[in-house]
Design a protein around this ligand. Structure first.
Ligand code: FES
Ligand code: FE2
Length: 372
């Protein structure tokens, strides 16, 4: 078996797109790469943790996991949002066990230790005779948190390499789309038997797979005019919409507008066309298992718009199923002795090239620091 450093170094980040290959297959199949990503890619970058609509009142909380770390986001009595490791200071149980909810204080289910909404340790049953116990130093361990658009992001490792949530350039573009008028409608969660990067690669192939894999979608996208723009840590893929039938109500509404597909390194996507947004959060569960969380937003989420919104979600669901199947097929192929790496389309796959180079930068930095 190759050493981890050799596996990382077998990718050439200097090759221009026309000469570049994909990252090699062990990056998708070797447990050591998964562990290194956990300590680097997912620890040092701002990671989507919650929607702001889940945290509107004091005491609202969301419990999740990022890169294997249990995370808790809570709105305090002072209305401030805080993020903590969801790890009890007593014997390490998760303090909050529901994925989201409302609480007056944070009480660990194991031995009943209780923390305030601000994370301070308040209650420790049967602890009277314990000496030299620094109660003030045993609050929940905090982590960095920030709000961008409708979302809460946290940074587990407090790294220096992703100083802003997003590049200003991306922030400005997103701001002009005015996501603030959109309301969350529904969440759908998919489990895939593939490495998380297979899903991201599929997303970033510049529409290459659309006419082959998504016959339905192909009829509303003007595939030949698809554009791909790379930022420093994001990629915008964009396609003009065409309407096959102008009698069709939705087709007529979408006609002549562009669909915008924003990917923010490493694992967050925003898919927008006028009045409709869905976000995708790609969560690695194991080297060959991934969860993708889709959140759907619409301008009008009233009861009268429900049918129409649901129809839109269901169209997305069918496309998603086609993507899931192909991602699982790719993962099986990546495990084959017959495959090591592949070449990239210059016309279509600049986004994947950026993704692979950013990954290489993160992984090689740590591999060379001996943290691997
Ligand atoms: S682990 Fe939380 S109270 Fe013991
Ligand atoms: Fe697709």
């Amino acid at each position: 078996m190759d050493a981890l450093n050799q596996i990382i170094d077998s990718y050439d980040p200097e090759a221009p797109l026309a000469e570049a290959s994909t990252i090699p297959s062990p990056w998708y199949t070797d447990e050591r790469v998964f562990e290194l990503e956990r300590q680097t890619v997912f620890s040092d970058s701002w990671q989507f943790a919650a929607r702001i609509d889940q945290l509107t009142k004091a005491g609202d909380y969301v419990a999740t996991e990022i890169g294997g770390e249990p995370i808790l986001i809570v709105r305090g009595s002072d209305d401030k949002l805080r993020a903590f490791f969801n790890v009890c200071r007593h014997h390490a149980a998760a303090v909050m066990t529901e994925p989201a909810g409302h609480a007056n204080h944070l009480r660990c289910p194991y031995h009943g230790w209780t923390y305030s909404l601000e994370g301070e340790l308040k209650g420790t049953p049967d602890f009277n005779d314990v000496c030299n116990f620094d109660r003030a130093g045993n609050g929940l361990v905090p982590m960095e948190v920030t709000v961008w658009e409708q979302w809460v992001f946290v940074r587990v490792g407090g790294g220096q390499n992703d100083p802003a949530v997003v590049e200003n350039e991306l922030g400005k573009q997103i701001e002009s789309l005015n996501f603030g008028v959109l309301h969350w409608f529904e969440r759908r969660v998919y489990q895939l038997k593939c490495n998380w990067k297979v899903f991201v690669d599929n997303y970033l192939d510049g529409g290459y797979h659309v006419p082959h894999l998504h016959k339905g979608l192909d009829s509303v996208l003007d595939y030949s005019n698809y554009t791909i723009e790379n930022g420093e840590r994001y990629c915008l893929q964009s396609s003009p919409m065409v309407s096959t039938s102008h009698d069709d109500e939705i087709g007529a509404v979408r006609s002549g507008q562009r669909a915008l597909y924003y990917w923010q390194y490493p694992n967050f996507m925003m898919n927008y066309y006028e009045g409709t947004l869905d976000t995708n959060l790609v969560r690695p569960l194991a080297i060959d298992r991934t969860e993708v969380i889709f959140d759907f937003y619409f301008r009008d989420v009233s009861a009268s718009a429900r049918e129409r919104n649901l129809a839109s979600v269901i169209v997305g669901d069918r496309i998603q199923q086609e993507d899931l199947d192909i991602c699982e097929s790719v993962q099986r192929g990546l495990n084959s002795r017959a495959y090591r790496a592949g070449r990239l389309s210059v016309r279509r796959e600049a986004g994947e090239h950026l993704f692979h180079r950013l990954l290489h930068a993160d992984l090689s930095r740590y591999a060379s620091l001996g943290r691997a």
